[in-house]
Write a protein that binds this ligand. Structure first.
Ligand SMILES: [Fe+2]
Length: 205
């Protein structure tokens, strides 16, 4: 390497180093972002925040549980209704994925962390352990329907509670309830007497 090229390389190195901020100036720059007053810029006061966060957190773990239960059933369902349920349950899974994200981010919006860790879900959702292994299609419909019914009733109670504390979080739970009630309806339709008659008529013809 010629002396000239060495000189050029050294010049580049010196120039690049001059753009790297030294530690004291970096610390000084970060300090301009700090503002203790920002901690008070949250939409709810402490009396509203605590019960609101509790309703959102309880709903979050239940929706995550429903997500895993529906996926478990999507995989393990067997029987004549396998394909219909296999497809339908993946739609439920996607709804629960979106709903859990909305509920979790509302928690953050009211300045409270969201806890969706598997251990926390299993310890706090207060729902029965989902059955293991293969499941008949009629069992899947019944087990999921019971689970959905339980969560729907709890969410409806929380909607009433939030009337007093936060109407925006109440609105979030109303959207969640809309999905839950729709899923409940779809499962209920598999269990109606007319549905059973039409199935037996189809099989007889
Ligand atoms: Fe799948």
């Amino acid at each position: 390497m010629t002396v000239f090229f060495k000189f050029i390389l050294i010049c580049f190195a010196v120039l690049a180093f001059s753009f790297v901020p030294s530690h004291p100036s970096l610390a000084q720059d970060l300090s301009v972002y700090r503002n203790p007053a920002a901690a008070n810029r949250v939409p709810l006061n402490s009396e509203q925040q605590k019960p609101t966060a509790a309703t959102l957190q309880n709903t979050l773990v239940e929706i995550i549980d429903l997500n895993r239960a529906a996926k478990q059933a999507h995989w393990n369902v067997e029987g004549p209704l396998f394909y219909q349920l296999h497809i339908l349950l993946d739609e439920f899974v996607e709804d629960y994925r979106q709903d859990s994200d909305i509920v979790a981010e509302r928690l953050l919006a009211i300045h409270h962390s969201a806890d969706g860790r598997p251990k926390v879900v299993s310890q706090t959702a207060q729902l029965p352990v989902f059955p293991e292994g293969y499941l008949n299609d009629y069992e899947v419909v019944d087990v999921l329907s019971q689970r959905l019914n339980t969560v729907t009733q709890r969410v409806r109670d929380r909607i009433n509670t939030l009337d007093e504390f936060d109407l925006v979080s109440q609105d979030v739970l109303i959207e969640v309830e809309r999905d839950l009630a729709e899923h409940l309806w779809m499962l209920r339709e598999f269990q109606q007497q007319n549905a059973l008659n039409s199935t037996s008529q189809t099989q007889a013809s």
